[in-house]
Unconditional design. Structure first.
Length: 321
């Protein structure tokens, strides 16, 4: 019996959505430690799994060429809220089953067979190693508005990975009863965005990433990192504005507008398609940041679950029971 524990990722944005550039997508993101995914697997003659992971459990058993597995999901992420639940659940399930049979899960090479890593590689990379990650995207000539056929693509390579300073904190706000774009709707939205994306925005993002974001995380400059994620969020939002009803998907926009000037958060953004909103703060400013979030939720009339997460600088953890 094996238990795999991991956590969500925050997706800060993409480096390029224009077909005019050589590499498409190129995710930017980081791992946090809350909320938690905890999935248990043991050997069995058939697949017995709760609905949240039943499809991926069946796929993993086939990939691993094992007879079956009994799966229990002790803790999980809300689906379609911008925290990367699909990838974390899939890879945790695959890893738990593989470890139960003393096999190497080989998550990076098997992720595409589970439908993970098709655009962003951040979820796979943070499952593997945690930390702050930038991936290299896909070759545009191969990976245009939709993934190539199965077996013709791989998870984007990691081109930068840094430990996130332990004194940083991420306040994550997940509005109740709201889900982000996903499935066929998400695919259609991305196709529309990619077909019309302004390549000049990619060039500006490249400057922010290389001149601001990477130096900031490497040198523990929380102020500079916050300014950089603000810029990347706005620039990505300008690509998505027509598809999501503004630079940020409602109700994320109202929260971000109110929180960006609260004084306790160095940067605020929308994770993936939302509705999750994150704010970067420090250990010292955590209480003020949480108070600002509660006041903002009251002022905009929203109910939400709020987490104060630490950076997660390790990959998923497997333990025997």
């Amino acid at each position: 019996m094996v238990v795999v524990r991991t956590g969500p990722r925050l997706h800060l944005g993409f480096q390029n959505l224009s077909l005019a550039r050589q590499r498409l997508y190129g995710g930017i993101g980081l791992a946090i430690d809350e909320p938690t995914v905890r999935i248990e697997a043991q050997r069995a003659g058939t697949v017995r799994a709760p609905s949240i992971v039943s499809d991926v459990a069946n796929a993993a058993v086939e990939l691993l060429s094992v007879p079956g597995a009994e799966i229990q999901v002790h803790e999980s992420l809300d689906r379609h809220v911008g925290l990367g639940s699909g990838t974390q659940h899939a890879l945790a399930t695959l890893t738990a089953i593989a470890r139960a049979y003393d096999l190497d899960p080989a998550v990076r090479s098997r992720a595409p067979s589970l439908g993970r890593g098709g655009r962003s590689g951040i979820g796979v990379a943070t499952f593997e190693s945690g930390g702050f990650v930038v991936d290299g995207g896909h070759p545009t000539e191969q990976f245009t508005t939709a993934p190539p056929e199965h077996g013709e693509w791989s998870v984007p390579p990691v081109i930068a990975c840094h430990t996130v300073p332990e004194s940083w904190r991420f306040v994550v706000v997940v509005p109740d009863g709201v889900v982000g774009d996903h499935g066929a709707s998400e695919d259609a939205s991305m196709r529309t965005v990619v077909e019309s994306a302004d390549p000049a925005i990619s060039d500006t993002i490249a400057t922010v990433v290389t001149h601001e974001l990477l130096p900031a995380v490497a040198s523990d400059s929380i102020e500079q990192f916050g300014q950089a994620i603000n810029a990347i969020g706005r620039l990505n939002g300008s690509w998505y504005a027509e598809q999501q009803g503004g630079v940020y998907r409602p109700p994320a926009g109202a929260l971000i507008t109110e929180l960006k000037d609260c004084g306790a958060l160095f940067g605020v953004g929308q994770s993936s398609w939302g509705p999750a909103v994150y704010g970067l703060t420090s250990v010292e400013q955590t209480s003020r940041a949480l108070q600002a979030v509660e006041e903002t939720l009251d002022s905009v009339g929203l109910e939400a679950t709020v987490y104060c997460a630490k950076p997660r600088n390790t990959g998923a953890i497997s333990t025997d029971r």
